[in-house]
Design a protein around this ligand. Structure first.
Ligand code: ARG
Length: 276
């Protein structure tokens, strides 16, 4: 458990550090390791016989799912999703190349075939099903309200006349808009990176954020002035792999996910990253 904490501490620091280094720019990619123009998804133009490569797009602001680990002196994207992707790649004989971008750019990256799949703690919500195909759900999470401990904000009603931040293009953005219909004066801001959202709460410019429990937990552990409270009817936010519509990879990915659930590998990774 101690190990888990220090690992998350590194994660949080990395997320902030990268946010600053990258200037938190809007749109596009800011993986320090991936300079230049996005190449077309690798598996289209492979000479036959070469190791097949699949491009995975993600938004690496989401510890413990995916985040920048700078602890080795190098900028590496690691996390639960990355481990699952690498396992699947190994099973199916693909090399996995990771491209980091803003969360709201992920589905467009699939649509324009710049990525073969997305793993980003992404939930297969109905609107997304029109633009992407999804694997089976591999992990469940719930929404929480993150706020300062001294804020008295613990439940939805407390968000009346408050400023609330959510990640641009996330399920939480839609959920917050839904909540605002019945909570008077609740104002919503959308930002690209979770690290920036947490920063806004710490400085007091924003009162609260809607963030998934598994991610909120880590940020709160590293910022003792913050708290999180699970939303009552939090609706499930399962994570699944997203693919371009009609992708040939859905079935083979599903087969490996099923295998991982049966052979204990998934449980092992859940313990490793979520400590459960
Ligand atoms: N599960 C939520 C969604 O699908 C949030 C995911 C955010 N992921 C990230 N890598 N920032 O909208």
């Amino acid at each position: 458990m101690k190990k888990m904490k220090s690992m998350l501490a590194i994660a949080m620091t990395s997320v902030l550090a990268v946010g600053v280094l990258a200037g938190c720019g809007a749109g596009g990619q800011n993986n320090a390791g991936q300079a230049g123009q996005p190449a077309p998804a690798a598996d289209q133009a492979q000479p036959s016989g070469a190791t097949k490569k699949l491009v995975m797009a993600t938004s690496a602001d989401y510890p413990p799912y995916e985040f920048h680990d700078l602890s080795s002196g190098q900028d590496k994207i690691v996390g639960f999703d990355v481990d699952i992707a690498n396992y699947i790649g190994k099973e199916l004989g693909y090399e996995i190349e990771i491209q980091d971008m803003n969360f709201d750019g992920l589905i467009p990256a699939l649509q324009s075939k710049r990525a073969d799949f997305v793993m980003a703690g992404m939930t297969p919500k109905p609107e997304r099903l029109q633009n992407a195909d999804f694997s089976a759900i591999y992990y469940e999470a719930r929404n929480t309200i993150v706020s300062k401990k001294d804020s008295n904000i613990t439940k939805p009603e407390d968000l009346a006349n408050k400023k609330v931040v959510v990640q641009l293009g996330s399920i939480q953005e839609g959920d917050a808009k839904e909540m605002a219909k019945t909570i008077p004066g609740m104002q919503i801001t959308s930002l690209n990176k979770i690290g920036e959202m947490v920063q806004e709460i710490k400085t007091g410019r924003i009162d609260a954020a809607i963030i998934e429990d598994t991610v909120a937990k880590g940020f709160v552990a590293n910022n003792p002035e913050l708290q999180f409270n699970t939303l009552p009817d939090a609706g499930d936010n399962g994570s699944a792999v997203a693919f371009p519509k009609g992708s040939e990879h859905v079935e083979e990915f599903n087969n490996v996910i099923k295998k991982m659930q049966e052979n204990g590998e998934m449980e092992k990774l859940i313990k490793k990253w979520f400590g459960e």
